[in-house]
Design a binder for this molecule. Structure first.
Ligand code: DX5
Length: 229
């Protein structure tokens, strides 16, 4: 199974979104946008950060997402919704992203039914759909959905901020999930760098997100290469 390095973009405005995509688009196939509403996590990122009020949507929010839809780039974009109510913005992201990741811990209407509904919506629009689990969430919660999901994202940090230390014990969760999902896409996100990349790969994950290590490096191309090795 091919390992993908996925740079993660945690910024406050669309100009920075575009800059960060341009900075890596020659070296990777996917980027991840960290979408934070200030409620599910105590941090706000684009587009929530440019629309007044907490976890707000509406015209201004839709206008912001339209900028992403218009952006021409070869990379595919996954939107990691770290928001309290992903159903309220899911349709918007279906228009602009290639894959959408929702958190099991977010407030999805009647959870299992709601997740199934989101999976159906994504499939209808031929978009990818992933389920993210915070470090403390057991992977067993995902088993009812495995045959329909494009990926499971195992957070190796508490969501909300870049630059945290990778929680190595989450890699045991990845190994256990790989055993029951041999062909599935297992993604990790948070604290990945050149020092822990080998043990991350050994855990059996095949999609590896990195934000700080890539974007804080002196040479982004080298940093991506280092993780791909
Ligand atoms: C954390 C985000 C991660 C983070 C990446 O809430 O979901 O994507 O930005 O973490 P680092 O910067 O440690 O790779």
């Amino acid at each position: 199974m091919k390992t993908e390095i996925i740079p993660t973009i945690l910024v406050n405005n669309f100009k920075q979104v575009e800059e960060n995509i341009r900075a890596v688009e020659k070296y990777v196939n996917w980027v991840q946008l960290d979408i934070m509403d200030g409620v599910f996590v105590n941090n706000e990122t684009w587009p929530h950060s440019v629309v007044p009020g907490k976890a707000k949507r509406g015209e201004k929010y839709s206008q912001e997402i339209k900028k992403l839809k218009k952006l021409k780039t070869r990379v595919k974009i996954e939107a990691h919704l770290m928001v309290e109510k992903p159903e309220e913005e899911f349709d918007e992201w279906l228009k602009a992203a290639d894959r959408i990741i929702v958190h099991f811990e977010s407030k999805i209407t009647s959870r299992e039914l709601g997740i199934r509904e989101l999976i159906k919506k994504a499939k209808n629009k031929k978009k990818g759909i992933g389920l993210a689990l915070n470090p403390e969430t057991h992977y067993a919660v995902a088993t009812p959905f495995l045959k329909d999901l494009d990926l499971i994202l195992l957070m190796t940090v508490q969501p909300g901020w870049g630059g945290q230390e990778l929680k190595s014990w989450v890699l045991e969760k990845a190994e256990a999930l790989r055993k029951i999902w041999p062909k599935g896409n297992i993604e990790v996100d948070g604290g990945v760098n050149n020092e822990n990349i080998d043990k991350v790969k050994k855990s059996g994950v095949n999609l590896i997100c990195a934000g700080t290590y890539i974007y804080r490096s002196k040479n982004i191309e080298e940093a991506v290469k280092e993780l791909k090795l």
